[in-house]
Design a binder for this molecule. Structure first.
Ligand SMILES: [Zn+2]
Length: 255
């Protein structure tokens, strides 16, 4: 591993700043003090502030392809449009994961959570491709395969009307099997690649999916990820579905 010493850089304390040198040896901080001996490459930190790597706690790499071209709709309609032309091509999955990793690093981030849109029928391949991209760049990645088990229209509150929704194309059990297989194949925390359980949110997921994810999370020690209450419609939907708030319900079912 590369050794280097950052000289004369500002670091923050709880209530003050200090100008110090920082020695990095074998990939870890070895010493922080003024006027240290230079080990490895010297880096001039003058007039710069040294901070820990930032953590992007939520992004969707696939949306890199859709930036600036989406209509300015409320979220529910916006999602319908987004779903209509999500990039469903493995090469695009690879390139946008690569772009997400590079963009994160260039903006000071060293870890990223990618709530990853899966290509239907090629779910494990999608996860494999994103894993490859993040490994190639070397960023710490938290790959959160985006899953649901209800169709898009089920995410809209029905109000006074009686609605029937199309069943989702893949069963809850099949979805959970995909995630478990992804964990077996790709979850390597020691190597900087983590698989998360990541049901998209209460608006498109059954309790069975949340509970299946909780079980996987407990069994394999996985982080849990989800959207929560992004719109007024979702707040209303939670009352219709559960008779309580979304947070109360998720707590009740142990997610
Ligand atoms: Zn999101």
């Amino acid at each position: 591993m590369v050794n280097f010493t950052i000289q004369n850089v500002l670091i923050a304390f709880s209530d003050d700043y200090a100008t110090v040198d920082v020695q990095i040896i074998d990939g870890a901080i070895a010493a922080i003090a003024p006027n240290l001996q230079v080990i490895g490459t010297a880096i001039d930190g003058k007039n710069k502030l040294l901070l820990p790597g930032f953590f992007n706690a939520h992004t969707h790499s696939s949306e890199m392809w859709q930036r600036g071209i989406m209509s300015a709709f409320p979220l529910e309609l916006w999602l319908a449009e987004l779903y209509d032309f999500a990039p469903l091509d493995p090469e695009q999955v690879y390139l946008s994961a690569l772009g997400t990793a590079v963009e994160t690093l260039l903006s000071g981030g060293t870890s990223v959570v990618d709530h990853l849109v899966l290509i239907p029928g090629l779910e494990l391949e999608t996860i494999a491709i994103a894993t490859r991209a993040y490994r190639e760049v070397g960023i710490r990645a938290f790959i959160a395969p985006l899953i649901q088990d209800e169709s898009l229209s089920a995410g809209i509150p029905s109000g006074e009307s009686a609605q029937k929704h199309e069943p989702y194309f893949r069963s809850t059990a099949a979805t959970l099997e995909i995630i478990e297989e992804a964990v077996r194949q790709f979850h390597r925390p020691d190597e900087g690649i983590n698989i998360l359980v990541a049901p998209t949110g209460i608006q498109l997921c059954t309790d069975a999916l949340f509970q299946g994810c909780t079980e996987l999370s407990d069994r394999y020690n996985l982080c849990r990820h989800s959207h929560l209450l992004e719109t007024r419609a979702q707040e209303k939907l939670a009352q219709e579905k559960y008779g309580c708030t979304a947070v109360e319900h998720l707590q009740r079912i142990g997610y």
